[in-house]
Design a protein around this ligand. Structure first.
Ligand SMILES: C[S@@+](CC[C@H](N)C(=O)[O-])C[C@H]1O[C@@H](n2cnc3c(N)ncnc32)[C@H](O)[C@@H]1O
Length: 218
């Protein structure tokens, strides 16, 4: 990954360890020539820099969509473990990571490659129609948000495309369960995905059955 962009990724607020970010970058370099990437959960743009750097490197047509309502997940709200008062809008008292996200992507020079989609994952996925070469799910980590992300997104991965899921912890002692129980396990159980790689808490599955837009078997 280009050193200038790696430096920006390192200094951006967020939840993406460098080894997992570099793995995402490598996977995006491999997949973006075959279609767009989509991320669920932009936050302040840390993982989007790893993905956008791959788009910049791979070609002028390559693009990464990143979906977020920018109001934070449950675990980002005041009183919770991952709250950051610096990303609270003083006028509304609500979390607003969009200004920080925009500064990150602008300072990285990735505004042509990284397209922010502002809205809830459920609403955006309901209207989404574009096959994806790479889907990265790192949205809300509660049971219902994880269920919604599973219902809304993985069927848009094209044959041979990749589904990457963040914060997958098979051992409950290591972290929260929903990405593992509500996304990773059902994706494998569908028979449409096979695991190809694991880096830290990142799990990478390849679509081996079905067509983009075809719902996964329950
Ligand atoms: C774990 S953070 C993403 C971290 C980011 N990928 C990074 O590298 O730092 C999760 C993000 O998902 C967003 N989010 C949570 N639930 C959502 C939903 N239902 N729709 C859209 N965005 C959501 C939150 O606003 C938050 O910014």
């Amino acid at each position: 990954m280009d050193a200038d962009l790696l430096q920006i990724a390192r200094s951006t607020k967020g939840f993406m360890p460098e080894d997992e970010g570099l793995a995402l970058h490598r996977l995006a370099c491999q997949q973006l020539p075959h279609g767009p990437a989509l991320e669920v959960g932009s936050y302040c743009g840390k993982s989007a820099v790893y993905l956008g750097a791959a788009a910049r490197r791979t070609g002028p047509e390559c693009v990464v969509f990143t979906v977020d309502h920018h109001r934070g997940s449950e675990e980002n709200q005041a009183g919770w473990e991952h709250h950051d008062p610096e990303v609270v809008d003083p006028e509304t008292g609500l979390m607003d990571t969009l200004p920080t996200f925009r500064r990150t992507i602008a300072s990285a020079g990735l505004e042509a490659q990284v397209v922010a989609v502002l809205g809830t994952s459920v609403t955006v996925s309901r209207h989404w129609r574009i096959p994806l070469a790479l889907l990265f799910i790192d949205g809300g980590h509660g049971v219902q948000p994880a269920r919604d992300d599973f219902a809304g997104w993985p069927h848009w991965v094209q044959p041979g495309g990749l589904l990457a899921i963040h914060d997958v912890f098979p051992d409950p002692a290591e972290g929260g369960r929903p990405p593992y129980e509500q996304i990773y396990l059902p994706a494998l159980a569908s028979g449409h995905f096979e695991e190809v790689e694991a880096v830290g808490s990142l799990r990478v599955l390849r679509r081996v059955a079905g067509q983009a837009g075809e719902r996964l078997p329950a």
